[in-house]
Design a protein around this ligand. Structure first.
Ligand SMILES: [Zn+2]
Length: 612
C-alpha cells in the first residue's frame, strides 16, 4: 500500500487582506481527519497557531510566505533522492485567500502583499512543481482559496493546467468560496470532509466520484444556507488521473475497474511504466487481483531489467495553458488523417458511465472559470478567431448582407421553409460554422458536421414541445464574398430579424486531444446566465458522468455580444479527444444531448412564464 502524506494550510489572520473566520478551523479539522481517520503517515500543518514541526532545528509553521516557501523548497528540492515513491500520495490542502496575477494563480499567505503578489505570494505553479518532486505519482491539491470578498482582489483561482496533478478548486473564477457560520466551516471543506468520510457503495474513494460529490454538495449547501452560488471544479492532468483511487481503505472493487481499464490501455500502448504503476494501484485495493498480478508479471518479462518501479520524473509544469480557441482554424497543413473512431474505447466509456452513476449523486458540475484569463488567451491567439473579432469592426448592415446571401437561409427543424412570421416564442438554434471561410475546427471530423445534426435534433424537440425553433443553416452554405465576420453577422442579423426570443449556438471544441467534457458560454446578463445554468444542469442530469467544464462568461464572443436576446453557446465536447469524439459521433449521444439542451431551454421558458 502506498504511503500518504499531507500538507495542510489554513489562514484566518491576514496582515494585508480581510481576515477569515474558519480557514484555520478547516485546516485543523482536515489535518485531524488525515491523521486519525485516514491514518496518513505524515501530516504537516500550517495555521496561525500550529506547533513547530519537530526536527533538528524545529520548522516554524506560522503560515507566512517565508515559512511555507522554505518548507516546500527544503523538503522537495532534492530530485536525486525523492522522499516518496510513485505509488505514494501527496495531498496539499489550502484554505485562505487566492489571487491571480499575470495569468498565474497564487496562494496568499498571512503576510502576502496584494500589491506585490509575485514576491510575497506563492504560485500554485511553484507548489505543484515542488510537490511533483516528492516522487509521489498522485499529487492532489485542494484549494479552498477564492475567499476574497473585496471587490478588487476578488479573483478566483483560475484554470491553469498542472501536469501530473489532480486539483480540486473550491469555486470558479467569478465566484467566491463561502464560509458558513452555522457549520463553522467553509462550504467546500465541510463538503470535502463529508465526502471523504462516506463508506460503502456511495464512497468518494476515486477522484471522479469525490468531484461529483463536491460539485453536487457544495451548491446545495450554499443554497441551504442562503449563500450565493459556488461550483467546485476539478482538474486532472493527465485525464486518466480522474480514475485514480484516493482512499484505498474505502474503495470498493467496483472502483478498480476504470483503473484496470486505464492500466490495460497503457500496456497496449506500450507505456509499460505507467501500466505498471496503475496495476500496482489496482493491487493496493484489490489484493490478489489476478489480472493485476498477471499484468505485472507480463510487464516484467517485457522489461527484464526493471524490477523496481522507476521513479517518475517530475515533469516541468508548462507555462499557462495554451490558447485554446472556440473557433480556431483547422490545421489543414497537417497531413495526419483523423484516426478511426475507437469502438472499444467507446464501449468501455459507456460501461464506465454506468459505474459512476451512484444513487442520488449524478452531477459533475463545475462552473465559470476564469473568463479574464480566457479572454486574454483568445485575444492573444495568432490564428483568426472568428468568435472574437476586433471590437472596432462593426457588424455589416443588413441590406449588404442580404444581397450577399447566396444559399444560406433560415430553416426549420425538418428542413422545409420555416413558417414565419413568428407565432409565439421562437428559439434560434445556430449550428456553428459551415459558411466558408468560416469553417469550424477539425478533430476526428469537422466541427460543422457534428454540430448540425445536434442542432437539428434540438430544433425538432423544441417544436415537438410547442416551441417554434429555427435553424440558421440546414447545410453548409455560402455568402458571396463571405468572411468569417459575415458568417457570424448573418446569424446575429437573422436572429434579430425574426425577433427570436432566445439564441442558442452549438459548437464543438478542439484543444490538446486531452481536454474533454462540455461547457457553456453565456452573454453577460442574468437571463442568459440563467438559461446557461438550466441547460447545464439539464445536461448534467440526463447524461450521467459527462464531465462539466462549467458555465463561462462569453461576452467576448461575437455572437453572444451582438444579439439582443438571451443567448448561450453550447460546446458539447471536444472533437479532437477520442472519447468525446466517439460520443459526439454517436446518434444516441446526440439525441441525449439535444434532449438535454432542449429541456433546459423549455425549463427556462417555463420559469420565465413564456410558455406554460
Ligand atoms: Zn466553433
Amino acid at each position: 500500500m502506498g504511503r500518504n502524506w499531507a500538507i495542510v494550510v489554513g489562514i484566518n489572520h491576514y496582515e494585508n487582506l480581510r481576515s477569515l473566520n474558519f480557514a484555520k478551523r478547516d485546516a485543523s479539522v482536515m489535518a485531524t481527519w488525515f491523521q486519525q481517520e485516514a491514518k496518513f503517515n505524515q501530516v504537516f500543518l500550517f495555521t496561525d497557531d500550529s506547533p513547530a514541526i519537530a526536527a533538528n532545528s524545529p520548522i516554524p509553521t506560522q503560515p507566512t510566505f517565508g515559512h511555507v516557501r522554505r518548507f516546500l523548497r527544503a523538503q522537495f528540492e532534492n530530485i536525486q533522492s525523492p522522499l516518496l515513491k510513485p505509488e505514494d500520495n501527496l495531498w496539499f490542502f489550502f484554505a485562505g485567500h487566492g489571487n491571480r496575477y499575470k495569468d498565474k494563480d497564487y496562494l496568499m499567505f498571512s503576510d502576502s502583499d496584494p500589491g506585490d503578489v509575485e514576491n510575497t505570494a506563492i504560485s500554485v505553479d511553484y507548489v505543484t512543481q515542488r510537490l511533483r518532486r516528492s516522487g509521489a505519482d498522485n499529487v492532489v491539491l485542494f484549494l479552498d482559496a477564492c475567499r476574497d470578498e473585496s471587490s478588487r482582489a476578488g479573483l478566483g483561482i483560475g484554470e491553469q493546467s498542472y501536469q501530473g496533478v489532480i486539483t480540486f478548486y473550491s469555486c470558479t473564477a467569478n465566484q467566491k468560496s463561502w464560509e458558513i457560520e452555522e457549520l463553522q466551516h467553509g462550504s467546500f471543506t465541510h463538503s470535502l470532509l463529508e465526502g471523504l468520510r462516506l463508506q460503502g457503495e456511495a464512497n468518494c474513494a476515486t477522484v471522479e466520484r469525490l468531484a461529483q460529490y463536491l460539485c453536487y454538495q457544495v451548491p446545495h449547501l450554499n443554497t441551504r444556507y442562503g449563500k450565493p452560488a459556488q461550483n467546485p471544479y476539478l482538474q486532472a492532468e493527465p485525464p486518466y488521473k480522474m480514475y485514480f483511487i484516493l482512499l484505498e481503505q474505502t474503495a470498493t472493487l467496483r472502483d478498480v475497474e476504470p483503473l484496470k481499464y486505464q492500466a490495460s490501455q497503457a500496456e497496449n500502448r506500450g507505456d509499460l511504466l505507467l501500466a505498471k504503476q496503475l496495476w500496482v494501484r489496482v493491487l493496493a485495493v484489490s489484493r490478489g487481483d489476478l489480472d493485476a498480478i498477471e499484468a505485472i508479471g507480463r510487464i516484467a518479462r517485457r522489461q527484464p531489467f526493471s524490477s523496481e518501479l522507476p521513479i517518475s520524473t517530475p515533469m516541468p509544469v508548462p507555462s499557462p495553458s495554451g490558447g485554446r480557441s472556440l473557433s480556431s482554424e483547422p490545421d489543414t497543413g497537417s497531413s495526419t488523417p483523423p484516426e478511426p473512431t475507437p469502438k472499444l474505447l467507446f464501449a468501455q466509456r459507456q460501461k464506465f458511465l454506468q459505474w459512476v452513476g451512484l444513487g442520488g449523486v449524478v452531477t459533475i458540475v463545475s462552473g465559470v472559470f476564469l473568463s479574464i484569463f480566457w479572454n486574454y488567451e483568445r485575444l492573444q491567439s495568432k490564428s483568426p478567431t472568428p468568435s472574437s473579432p476586433a471590437p472596432s469592426s462593426p457588424v455589416p448592415n443588413l441590406p449588404t448582407l442580404q444581397k450577399a446571401l447566396q444559399n444560406c437561409r433560415l430553416s426549420s427543424a425538418t428542413g422545409t421553409n420555416p413558417s414565419l412570421p413568428k407565432k409565439g416564442i421562437l428559439v434560434m438554434v445556430d449550428p456553428g460554422h459551415g459558411i466558408p471561410p468560416d469553417t469550424g475546427s477539425l478533430g476526428f471530423f469537422r466541427e460543422e458536421d457534428v454540430v448540425l445534426p445536434i442542432s437539428k435534433k434540438i430544433a425538432t424537440i423544441l417544436e415537438k414541445n410547442g416551441v417554434q425553433a429555427l435553424l440558421t443553416r440546414d447545410k453548409d452554405c455560402t455568402i458571396s464574398g463571405g468572411t468569417v465576420r459575415s458568417s457570424l453577422a448573418y446569424r446575429v442579423k437573422m436572429a434579430e430579424q425574426v425577433n427570436a426570443d432566445l439564441f442558442v449556438s452549438i459548437h464543438a471544441e478542439v484543444f490538446n486531444k486531452k481536454a474533454h467534457g462540455f461547457e457553456i458560454f453565456t452573454s453577460n446578463n442574468s437571463n442568459s446566465q440563467r438559461l446557461g445554468q438550466l441547460v447545464s444542469s439539464s445536461i448534467v442530469q440526463s447524461i450521467n458522468g459527462l464531465f462539466n467544464r462549467g458555465l463561462k462568461a462569453g461576452e467576448h464572443l461575437f455572437i453572444l455580444k451582438n444579439v439582443s436576446m438571451p443567448s448561450i453557446l453550447v460546446d458539447p465536447g471536444f472533437i479532437d479527444n477520442k472519447e468525446d469524439a466517439a460520443l459526439l459521433n454517436n446518434p444516441d449521444f446526440q439525441n441525449k444531448m439535444a434532449e438535454a439542451v432542449a429541456q433546459g431551454i423549455i425549463q427556462y421558458l417555463k420559469e420565465k412564464k413564456q410558455i406554460n
